[in-house]
Design a protein around this ligand. Structure first.
Ligand SMILES: Cc1cc2nc3c(=O)[nH]c(=O)nc-3n(C[C@H](O)[C@H](O)[C@H](O)COP(=O)(O)OP(=O)(O)OC[C@H]3O[C@@H](n4cnc5c(N)ncnc54)[C@H](O)[C@@H]3O)c2cc1C
Length: 263
């Protein structure tokens, strides 16, 4: 751990865009000033330095942008009422200066031939967005070389848990990514909807009812290799990640094949 901390750099940035995606979920874009670029492994996070009483308090946020875009950072953030970091981010205005440290964290893709299955909830999608846009053909690739060509050919499936259809964001982006990359498929799993009637018929294939794990097991019963030949990447709130992990262990999936990040 101390080794990791020693490697952290300070990044001076300015806020260049603050976009509300849905409810209290925002996409923040920061332009790097000094240094002018950042290199990171998709899945890693940065540490936001929140000024308080003449000092700084740290809050961690996963990088949500592609690792091929080095001059800006995107963060996907849920603004929690009265949260320290949330209030700070909420009150930021365009061109305000913001300091980050990083990059840090060990949540990253394993370079092997296993299928990559993601169980994520809420803003847990943030690092997965970075992983997918960094390794698949996407507008964010800007035609540049994919960092690891081997990972480009892997199969990716993500199951994203949200409560209701009204909470869905970034759908068009992920749909386009799946259309451009045959090896990517996804389900947005709605735990509090009774049916999918409010979703346009052509988009229903990307949705399911229930929690992420039940949506996955429904598919896995007809595709056993999904269980036996996958690595599982879990990301979201602490309790949900713990419970998803327990569920996978009871299916005899080895701890070696479960990689997780708890928010
Ligand atoms: C590795 C890592 C990566 C992370 N990446 C992201 C990310 O990409 N996007 C993101 O939005 N968050 C992310 N988080 C969570 C983030 O670091 C903060 O914990 C979160 O933004 C709340 O901080 P805050 O200062 O606003 O609230 P705090 O001042 O820390 O908390 C205020 C109150 O809100 C409660 N609270 C904290 N979190 C929640 C919650 N989710 N829902 C309801 N109540 C809550 C606390 O218990 C406390 O009572 C990540 C956390 C980790 C550890």
């Amino acid at each position: 751990m101390s080794f990791e901390i020693n490697m952290l750099k300070n990044f001076k940035t300015i806020l260049t865009n603050k976009k509300i995606l849905v409810n209290n979920i925002y996409l923040f874009t920061f332009k790097l000033q000094d240094p002018a670029e950042i290199s990171f492994i998709p899945g890693q996070y940065v540490i936001l330095k929140v000024p308080k009483d003449g000092a700084y308090i740290s809050r961690l946020y996963s990088i949500s942008s592609s690792s091929q875009t080095k001059d800006t950072l995107e963060l996907l953030v849920e603004i929690i009422p009265n949260g320290l970091g949330s209030n700070y981010l909420d009150q930021l205005e365009i061109n305000n200066g913001v300091i980050f440290q990083g990059p840090a964290g060990l949540f990253k893709l394993r370079d092997n031939n296993k299928q990559k299955v993601f169980f994520v909830t809420g803003t847990g999608i943030a690092p997965i967005r970075s992983i997918l846009n960094s390794n698949l053909k996407s507008p964010a690739s800007r035609g540049e070389q994919i960092s690891n060509p081997h990972l480009k050919s892997q199969n990716y499936q993500f199951f994203w848990g949200l409560k209701t259809f009204k909470e869905v964001c970034l759908f068009d982006e992920f749909k386009q990514l799946a259309i451009n990359n045959q090896q990517l498929s996804f389900k947005i799993c709605l735990s509090r909807e009774k049916n999918l009637d409010s979703i346009p018929e052509t988009d229903r294939q990307y949705f399911d009812l229930g929690h992420v794990d039940s949506c996955f097991y429904k598919l896995a019963t007809s595709h056993q290799s999904l269980i036996t030949n996958s690595d599982f990447y879990l990301c979201g709130g602490r309790n949900i990640v713990d419970s998803l992990r327990q569920g996978l262990l009871t299916k005899n999936i080895s701890t070696d094949n479960i990689i997780f990040e708890k928010f």
